[in-house]
Write a protein of this length. Structure first.
Length: 402
């Protein structure tokens, strides 16, 4: 951890200790201070074991990366180093607590960008060591998986449940049989759905904003698609054989769909506007393609989720799901939510999804995942100590096949 960050983190500890009074002594809920820096958003939050979100601070980096067409790791990590001390101080201030008042400190250990993860993990360990608090290293995807148990309640989202976890870095179907007991029924064979959304948005020339507010490219594509006619383009569904039938797995693939979009755009442009400037040259073409791509991508996700539900009904793992959950950054897509809600209803299940503000990367989910393990007595020496290191590549649970 750079010395400058250590000094500024120590300053946060000193200021918070003198600025805030201790919590009331009458059996207060346990509080966790959490840090999330797995990619490009710098975040910190304070969450209680009673489900109360006392604070959530997120500093995005959209303006730093938009000109590059994607996240630049060295820029992301450098900005985390500059922003994190202030983000932590703001999270504590908004919560009205000091570090002495929290029960534990948590930070994302992986998966993610190595440089970004290092900034948050080292800051979290430094705070925990200085304050004499337990430290919890959190799996980023497990945190996404568990968020609905915070927002909807553990009684509604009961184990076991099936989760479609879709984000900028991951696409997977996970059967959550219990805390720390996860089976991956399917995952992407190439690009994640979030990456495909982002790259198609870039080819269409969509900026990183919606209605003048900063937003990820996927959100810009969803907004663009609302004015589009999906029937204008016939895009191939991923992993379909020539006879139109699906393969037997629950895995995903989005690279072919992304290429099909690019080829269709080039055929339409025919030497006119270039990729990356489609929207500026022909807004309706961009909207129609956005709608066609979004429809195909969601149909692929829907088909694979339907098959996963069938696998669960076969009781191969003795775990018929209590509900269907969708989480991760792409879970904020309203069209996807609508299709999955209908799919869940076909099986007599309820769809649960965190609010859009808790679908993307933030520290509330990191705090909640840490609290689930603290409350469930599931801390692990190899994962929850000041000696642990980052894990940029870190599979969630175990992979299974039908």
């Amino acid at each position: 951890m750079p010395h400058a960050i250590v000094r500024r983190t120590a300053g946060v500890l000193a200021r918070s200790a003198t600025r805030h009074a201790s919590l009331a002594a009458a059996a207060p809920p346990r509080l966790v201070l959490a840090i999330e820096t797995s990619c490009d958003d710098t975040a910190a939050a304070v969450v209680g074991s009673d489900g109360a979100v006392l604070s959530s601070v997120v500093r995005a980096q959209h303006s730093l990366h938009e000109g590059y067409g994607g996240i630049v790791p060295r820029i992301a990590s450098r900005n985390h180093s500059a922003q994190l001390p202030g983000v932590i101080a703001e999270a504590l201030s908004r919560a009205g607590v000091g570090v002495a008042d929290v029960h534990a400190v948590a930070a994302t250990r992986g998966p993610g960008l190595a440089g970004s993860l290092s900034v948050g993990l080292n800051a979290g360990k430094a705070i925990a060591a200085a304050a004499g608090k337990p430290f919890v290293g959190v799996h980023h995807m497990e945190a996404h998986l568990l968020t609905a148990r915070l927002t909807e309640g553990a009684e509604a989202v009961r184990f076991p449940y099936l989760c479609l976890l879709v984000s900028g870095g991951h696409s997977m179907l996970v059967l959550a049989r219990g805390l720390c007991d996860y089976c991956r029924l399917g995952e992407t064979l190439d690009d994640s759905v979030g990456e495909a959304f982002d790259k198609v948005a870039r080819d269409l020339g969509l900026g990183w904003s919606v209605d003048g507010r900063p937003a990820q490219p996927g959100a810009a594509l969803e907004a663009c698609a609302r004015a589009g006619d999906a029937a204008r383009f016939r895009l191939p569904l991923p992993l379909r054989r020539k006879d139109g039938l699906e393969g037997p797995s629950c895995n995903f693939s989005f690279s072919g769909l992304k290429t099909a979009v690019r080829n269709a755009l080039l055929a339409e442009l025919k030497g006119g506007a270039e990729l990356g400037a489609v929207h500026a040259a022909d807004a309706q073409l961009a909207s129609d393609m956005a709608a066609a791509f979004q429809t195909a991508a969601i149909r692929h996700l829907e088909e694979r989720t339907r098959r996963a539900l069938q696998w669960c009904r076969d009781a191969q793992w003795g775990a018929a799901p209590s509900c269907l959950v969708v989480s991760g950054g792409v879970a904020g897509n309203s069209a996807l939510r609508a299709r999955l809600a209908a799919l869940a209803a076909e099986d007599g299940l309820q769809l649960y999804a965190p609010p859009p503000s808790l679908c993307g990367d933030q520290a509330v989910m990191i705090a909640h995942a840490a609290l689930e393990r603290l409350e469930g007595g599931r801390l692990r020496d190899e994962q929850d100590s000041l000696e642990l290191t980052i894990r940029p590549k870190w599979p969630l649970g175990v992979a299974v096949t039908h």
